[in-house]
Design a protein around this ligand. Sequence first.
Ligand code: NAP
Length: 332
Amino acid sequence: MTDRTHVKLLIVGSGPAGYTAAVYGARAMLEPMLIQGMQPGGQLTITTEVENWPGETEIQGPDLMVKMEAHAKAMGTEIVTDIVTRLDLGQRPFVAECDSGRRVTADAVILATGAQARWLGLPSEEKFKGFGVSACATCDGFFYRNREVLVIGGGNTAVEEALFLTKFASKVTLVHRRDSLRAEKILQNRLFRNPKVEIVWDHELAEVKGADDPMGVTGAVLKSTKDGTTREVSADGVFVAIGHAPASELVSDQLELHDGGYVKVEAGSTRTSIPGVFAAGDLTDHIYRQAVTSAGMGCMAALDAEAWLAEQDEAGEPDPGSAELPEDATAG
Ligand code: NAP
């Protein structure tokens, strides 16, 4: 496509929310531009089997995202491989500046930047990141053939990571801070049946133990959440799978946010605190966080943007700089 410097609709992010918004936006003749971001395809590109995408009994996450990208492109979306480094929502048209130096202005923006893995924040976790501490079994599991690993967490991600790691590791120990998992029952059953898996209930990771030369993990200190006692276990790798945090840094000082950094939207819509800016997917959803619900929100965002742009057209072109920020939207 062209090197456009102004678009009607700019979509930031390339997970299910972004690509679905792109499909709907393109079909509404809004000629959207979608900027993919740091991880084109989003979180599903670092997962394996997806079994809950309607119409696909089982599909690999990366394959699903390739299909979504192709669909968005086929409908007429301009897909740009770049990273938005600055977004100015305080003026209209809105301004996005990218890592490559690209600068694009947009009449409406759909934010679909998703979420990233959370970390525990332990100094030893930080020290061994990339040297035995990971948040992505799909990326790093291969390095643990016939070795022993720990997985921290009790949600779907932790259980899926643990199950995936059993393909390589000789032993997978899931460490969970409570005595029951929050993961789906079907996943729990698979985990409990797997002979390579041991579960340590009511414990949290207190420290990662390792060597400096060569850098690598040798074990961990686990702390009881019942009585505070600690014990050391040996392990060659530690996978942290304790949930996700929304990627809202670009807009955190411009839009109203919920606790935890999720972008606030009006109930039943994708409208944020700035007119013309819409949010969809994990960036705004702290409850469902599924590929299919993200896609649904992406659809809503495109429809909301289309309606809002039509209202602007009817009312005449907006004055540049006329965007009114709610009083508290600029608070940090
Ligand atoms: P999650 O559901 O929020 O689970 C996070 C887990 O980490 C919880 O078990 C939590 O413990 C534990 N945890 C949180 N902070 C901790 C800490 N500081 N120390 C120790 N443990 C801690 O996150 P998720 O598993 O990443 O899943 C996120 C969303 O994506 C969910 O909605 C999930 O259903 C969805 N998802 C779906 C699929 C799928 O459908 N196949 C796959 C992956 C993810 P508590 O239980 O005690 O709170």
